[in-house]
Write a protein of this length. Sequence first.
Length: 241
Amino acid sequence: MNYGIHLRISGDYALFSRPEMKVERVSYDIITPSAARGVLEAIYWKPQIRWIIDEIHVLNPIRFTNIRRNEVSSKIPVKGGTGVNAAMRDPAIRPTMDVAENRQQRASLLLKDVAYLIKAHVHILDPRVEKGDAPSPENEAIGKHLDMFKRRARKGQAFHQPYFGCREFPVRFELIENEADLPAPHESFAGEKDLGFMLHDIEFDQDRASKKVRSTTPHFFRAKMIDGVISVPELPFPVKA
């Protein structure tokens, strides 16, 4: 049984924001592993699993374009007497923000006409496929989750529309089941290219009792593209249920 998946994803635009650019949004050269994981989770996810990205194949040339978008300079507060938390407790409270007063035009450096092949596998956090099930052998649990993912991907189903960094940039996806049909990276990527440091993923320190997140730690890796393929290293932190 094949315990991995190959998914071809594409879109007109993408924005994988570099954290070092504080004001104007500037995209990484390619999709980040965490963004690729988000695409897979949009198609199929359960608390019992974690998607692990193994490789990213770049199928189209890397092209950038500039746009200006309307954004807001602030957001509705979560805490406080008029925040989101208070509104969840009392329906009479309606947190609002004046969009006209807070609107700002900001430039963004985007990727355009993007296409990638994502190679990934499932890591089991809980051997029960469903919450009330008896534990299954790991290989059996992996097979069941992959079967469910493949059925959904074949039909174009998703829990929510996957996107490339921002919701304005939707993802088109296609499951590749026959390795003979795998698309090749673009011919211009022959050789090795250093893409610099890139966000790998974010580690969440969560209180197991209250489920509240105590802290978040971003982890980076040195991304190197060899013949159009980026091999993603193992996560530098333990994956917990």
